[in-house]
Design a protein around this ligand. Structure first.
Ligand SMILES: [Fe+2]
Length: 382
């Protein structure tokens, strides 16, 4: 058995943990570049939970608040330039996956010569960056515990994942209160992303004992809490369990990677401008069905651990129930269940399949998938 485990070295988890943000950041630098989205944090009324601890610790803060969903490399370049112009010594990202990814890449590339898109397209990174602190406000991406970012190249329009050993956040401050004001649709979509991370990491070709234990528990927490978080947004326990689950799933995927859902979700999301979690939620049951022949034992373990079936249920039956559950979940969360009504048509399928074929996520998928397999899978989602 061989392990190579990377994870965020310090994780401060729990309601009110943002009160410790100031002391954590002050230990890393004195001039802070704070990266957030345009509106959501201010509208949520949670801004004080970030700015007050930073001010109390005597930190000078420069603000970049222009990150939009599905961000591109030009945004990272702009953040990086601001950090250089202002002489910032530490980067803090507060937001969902898009914000955390932009902040992480800007910190990681702070001293790099080339433009961000050069590194996205394979240029080797030889310089270190600035320390990065992540504060998630959604329970989905797990970016607070991963070393990768997903960015769009504005020249090619292609969405690609970029990862680096040195890019793990130095500290993750993971406070469920920051997720309490997430709108219902965002709760559903980000929750489906986290569930996809957990299921794909659990069945990945690169899974090991460490990643499986994290992913299995993440699946249980999501299955037992996602519907409550969606229907009763103010239920703190459900929010806390969802945030814990997305973090555990992130820790698992950082080592085990994901699978065919993620390989397909990137080109589809970019092409039709659909949210990442929404696309994952649609594809997950189809990919699970495709994998079922080789992953029945794993799906059965997940079904038993999550309490979907009784302990003694045979593998075949338990795996079937698990895949069936995944198929019904998107509809229960009032999300679309097909890609056709979201804009995908049959003529686009070969191009989408081609874009997915080179993905490292596809290489990690439980069952090897050919072009024909992926095309047939997408046709079923029309
Ligand atoms: Fe994802």
């Amino acid at each position: 058995m061989l392990f190579d485990i990377f994870t965020t070295p310090r994780i401060r988890f729990g309601p009110g943990s943002t009160y410790q943000l100031g002391e954590e950041v002050a230990a890393l630098g004195q001039k802070v570049l704070l990266v957030t989205g345009r509106q959501s944090l201010k509208q949520s009324g949670q801004m004080d939970r970030i700015t007050q601890p930073l001010a109390i610790s005597g930190l000078e803060t420069v603000w970049f608040e222009e990150v939009t969903p599905e961000p591109d490399t030009a945004t990272v370049d702009a953040v990086r330039q601001l950090a250089r112009d202002e002489g910032c010594t530490v980067v803090v990202g507060v937001g969902g996956g898009s914000v955390l990814d932009v902040a992480k890449a800007a910190a990681g590339l702070a001293h790099a010569e080339g433009e961000t898109r050069e590194y996205l397209n394979g240029r080797e990174l030889t310089t270190g960056g600035l320390p990065f602190v992540a504060v998630p406000t959604t329970a989905g991406s797990g970016s607070e515990v991963t070393q990768n970012v997903v960015l769009v190249d504005p020249v090619t329009g292609k969405k690609t994942s970029l990862r680096h050993d040195r890019w793990l956040p130095r500290v993750a401050v993971v406070d469920p209160i920051m997720t309490m004001s997430m709108p219902r649709a965002l709760t559903a979509q980000t929750g489906m992303d986290a569930l996809t991370h957990a299921v794909e990491a659990y069945t990945s070709r690169w899974a090991n004992a460490y990643t499986r234990s994290l992913a299995r528990e993440a699946v249980r927490l999501i299955i037992q809490n996602i519907y409550t978080a969606y229907t009763v947004p103010g239920r703190r326990e459900a929010r806390e369990n969802m945030l814990l689950a997305s973090m555990l799933a992130g820790m698992a995927l950082n080592v085990a990677r994901t699978g065919a859902v993620h390989a397909l979700a990137h080109p589809i999301g970019t092409r039709y401008r659909l949210g990442h979690g929404l696309v994952c939620g649609i594809l997950l049951p189809y990919v699970a069905e495709f994998n079922q022949g080789v992953a029945a034992g794993a799906y059965a373990e997940l079904a038993r651990h999550a309490g979907l079936v009784a302990a003694g249920t045979p593998d075949e039956e338990a795996a079937g129930r698990f895949v069936h559950y995944l198929g019904r979940l998107a509809a229960r969360l009032e999300l679309p269940t097909k890609l056709g009504p979201c804009g995908m048509n049959a003529q686009d399928i070969p191009e989408l399949v081609e874009a997915a074929m080179g993905s490292s996520s596809l290489a990690a998928n439980a069952r090897r998938a050919t072009r024909q397999d992926l095309a047939a899978l997408l046709e079923r989602t029309l």
